[in-house]
Ligand binder design. Structure first.
Ligand code: ADP
Ligand code: MG
Length: 494
């Protein structure tokens, strides 16, 4: 009754009648249930791009997320470095003494700077700031001062300060704070363990950077290349990069969906041939390019990474020559540094088989041989080129036609080794088609003559065996020797 009284005398007016008794938990769970129900109905909506995936219960495809994230990180790192470089320049100005921000960089080294400056051992070579400010050396005798104020080199306070000062020599990413300002004194034990920690961090970071620089087998290309590829997608030249078709010693080939370019149409399906920047693979291929007069001049001036770009460029030029002669080969879409984008030979993401893998009936095989013969003649006579790596590995069978690929190493016949390369090509072609039972297949010498239009004759004695022919051949034709010459290149993925 007292309570009713209170309610009735409530100066703010009457209170609404109390709701039927019901526990808070009930109310909550009911509300929650309704809310959940609503949410389930409201999401996903049809305008939501992931909606159909979620509705059908499939996982959205996130396979490229990691790559994207890495690319974004890479781009961020590089932008950071560019900014850093600007600041470094601003900071140093015209000063004769300059300070390097090198250690703050995210990506090592800057693009195209091939300087492999030896790492400076900062622990030993940088000046001790404490000493510089206030020269204070411990004399030989091991103590300074007199009487009561004597300090030995083992003096805790002095040692502690010195240790604090030496912390400034730690790598820049180690935030040591203003120990000096705070008059912080570090014991030797603490200092040493900090130092050890920093050194191991440095090594770890170096390893990380190392991983960044060198491509791993699964990721196939280095971050720099991934960024370039990402930029192509970003610019709309490509819609999507789907996957790797081939990983060879010298290149990695990706399949991609074509996007659009302003001046020219981009095919629906394209390949990206990425020339590998791991330099040593290219060492033994140098002679294909350094003696090619078209590239000779530039070759000698370039650093090794830029030479890789020449390979891509060379393939592009050679492909366009072939296109002019109407030899079936990929169309060049775009060249970007060491990445060549060209049309895809194949259908619906399935690349055309190499001639060595194509299961051809005897008619098709004979037709393939005739095409190859004709193609070699066109290449030599119209394009003024020698393939220099012609074999069943670098010819694809598509639409009942033989398509010629992999022409980055092709040279003009006047190349110092031009005819030698051509002879090797002929040998590969003859051997392949003869083995596949094409009776029309000429022997290597006849083929060589048929391609070049030359008439080099070789008198054969009937009692000569293969070896003799081979040896005779070596005298008559310039043939790659086993020691100096580049190896016959069966693709590394086989
Ligand atoms: P490498 O120098 O590594 O041998 P290639 O140009 O021969 O490079 O390419 C390697 C492989 O990639 C080829 O054997 C072929 O299977 C595939 N490939 C290359 N270019 C194309 C293309 N335009 N269309 C379809 N597949 C291709
Ligand atoms: Mg090849």
């Amino acid at each position: 009754a007292k309570q009713i009284d209170i309610i009735n005398t409530n100066p703010w007016g009457s209170v609404a009648p109390a709701a039927p008794s019901c526990s808070l938990a009930d109310v909550m769970s009911e509300q929650l249930a309704r809310q959940l129900d609503e949410e389930n109905n409201a999401f996903p909506t049809l305008t939501d791009p992931g909606a159909d995936l979620l509705l059908s219960g499939e996982d959205p495809d996130t396979t490229s997320d990691l790559m994207l994230a890495q690319m974004l990180q890479m781009q961020y790192d590089r932008e950071f470095d560019t900014q850093l470089r600007l600041e470094e320049r601003k900071f140093n100005g015209d000063s004769k003494v300059s300070i390097s921000f090198e250690n703050y960089r995210m990506v090592h080294p800057y693009e195209d700077s091939d300087s492999s400056e030896d790492e400076v051992d900062w622990q030993d070579t940088r000046d001790d700031p404490y000493r510089a400010e206030k020269p204070q050396t411990t004399p030989r005798k091991g103590f300074t001062g007199k009487g009561k104020n004597i300090t030995t080199k083992h003096d805790e306070v002095m040692c502690g300060r010195k240790n604090t000062a030496r912390m400034d020599n730690f790598a820049p990413e180690v935030h040591v704070g203003d120990g000096l300002g705070m008059d912080l004194k570090l014991s030797n034990q603490v200092f040493n363990s900090l130092k050890r920690h920093c050194q191991s961090e440095q090594r770890r970071s170096a390893r990380l950077h190392d991983k960044k620089e060198h491509s791993t087998a699964e990721q196939a290309v280095d971050p720099r290349t991934r960024l370039l590829m990402y930029k192509m997608v970003n610019a709309g030249v490509l819609d999507n990069i789907n996957g790797c078709i081939s990983t060879g010693k010298e290149s990695v080939v990706f399949h991609a969906d074509g996007g659009s370019l302003e001046e020219q149409p981009v095919p629906d399906e394209v390949v990206l041939k990425v020339f590998k920047t791991t330099l040593n693979e290219f060492k033994n291929r140098d002679r294909y390019i350094k003696d090619d007069y078209r590239f000779k001049e530039r070759f000698s001036k370039l650093n090794p990474r830029k030479v890789i770009r020449l390979w891509a460029e060379k393939e592009m030029h050679n492909l366009s020559r072939m296109k002019k002669a109407e030899i079936p080969c990929p169309d060049v879409v775009l060249l970007k540094k060491h990445i060549l984008v060209m049309s895809f030979i194949g259908t619906d993401h399935v690349p055309a088989p190499k001639l060595k893998d194509a299961m051809l009936g005897s008619d098709d095989m004979r037709s393939a041989y005739c095409q190859v013969l004709h193609m070699m003649q066109q290449l030599y006579q119209q394009c003024n080129l020698v393939h220099a790596d012609l074999s069943e590995y670098n010819m694809l069978w598509h639409d009942s036609k033989v398509w010629l690929i992999d022409v980055s190493q092709s040279v003009e016949p006047t190349h110092p080794h031009g005819l030698e390369f051509l002879f090797r090509d002929c040998r590969n072609v003859s051997t392949f088609f003869q083995k596949r039972g094409v009776s029309e297949a000429m022997n290597v010498y006849d083929l060589f003559n048929a391609v070049t239009g030359l008439n080099i004759t070789l008198r054969l004695h009937s009692n000569m065996n293969e070896d003799h022919v081979q040896r005779r051949g070596k005298k008559t034709f310039p043939v790659a020797t086993d020691d100096g010459g580049p190896p016959l290149k069966p693709d590394a993925d086989d």
